[in-house]
Structure formats: structure tokens, C-alpha cells
Design a protein around this ligand. Structure first.
Ligand code: FES
Length: 105
């Protein structure tokens, strides 16, 4: 079985990009490496919310309480879709899903 999945990433200009992701790796790190506009100021410590993405919670699960507190203070917050990409490890459930880079605060 392949170690890679395909997703659609929608950037802040609304452009959609087919993107290959490695299973088992951080979503935030892979989005950064692919030059999507993710600041990730805290480096993945769940303390900045600059890695905010919109993604179906049915696929990745809801945010934990600290993550939820950070997300709820962002301007592009959507309760059923907001997640911090540094808190997501890519797995098979994300295959063919759409990931939207949230607008900056
Ligand atoms: S990189 Fe800072 S919260 Fe994700």
C-alpha cells in the first residue's frame, strides 16, 4: 500500500492545488514544505494558531480543548471545520479530501 495520499489544498486566493502528502507526517510541516502560506510561528507547539486550516472533522476528529481555545479566537473560525494543522498527523482518512488554508487574522 502506498505511503502517500492525494488531497486538494485551497489557498487563501481560492486557488485549488492537487497535493501529495506522506502518511504519518505532520500536516503543518508538509503544507509549509509545499510553500502554502502557513506561518507556523510556534513551530507546532499548539500556541499560535497561525497554522489554521479548515477540514472536515468527520475525517480528522474535533480539536482538543487547548486547540479549541486558540481556534475560537481566530477570525476565520468554523466550529465544524477549524483545526490547527500542526495537531494533525496525515492518515488514509484524508485521501481525496479538501483542505482550506484559513484566512489570516
Ligand atoms: S504551528 Fe503554532 S499552533 Fe500550529
Amino acid at each position: 500500500m502506498s505511503r502517500f495520499i492525494q488531497v486538494i489544498v485551497e489557498d487563501r486566493d481560492g486557488q485549488c492545488h492537487q497535493q501529495e502528502l506522506s502518511v504519518g507526517q505532520s500536516l503543518m510541516q508538509q503544507l509549509c514544505q509545499a510553500d502554502f502560506d502557513i506561518e507556523a510561528v510556534c513551530g507546532g507547539c499548539c500556541s499560535c494558531a497561525t497554522c489554521h486550516v479548515l477540514i472536515d472533522h468527520q475525517r480528522v476528529g474535533p480539536a482538543e480543548s487547548l486547540e479549541q481555545a486558540l481556534l475560537s479566537g481566530t477570525t476565520d473560525y468554523h466550529p465544524a471545520f477549524s483545526r490547527l494543522s500542526c495537531q494533525i498527523t496525515v492518515d488514509w482518512d484524508l485521501h481525496n479530501q479538501r483542505i482550506i488554508i484559513a484566512q489570516e487574522d
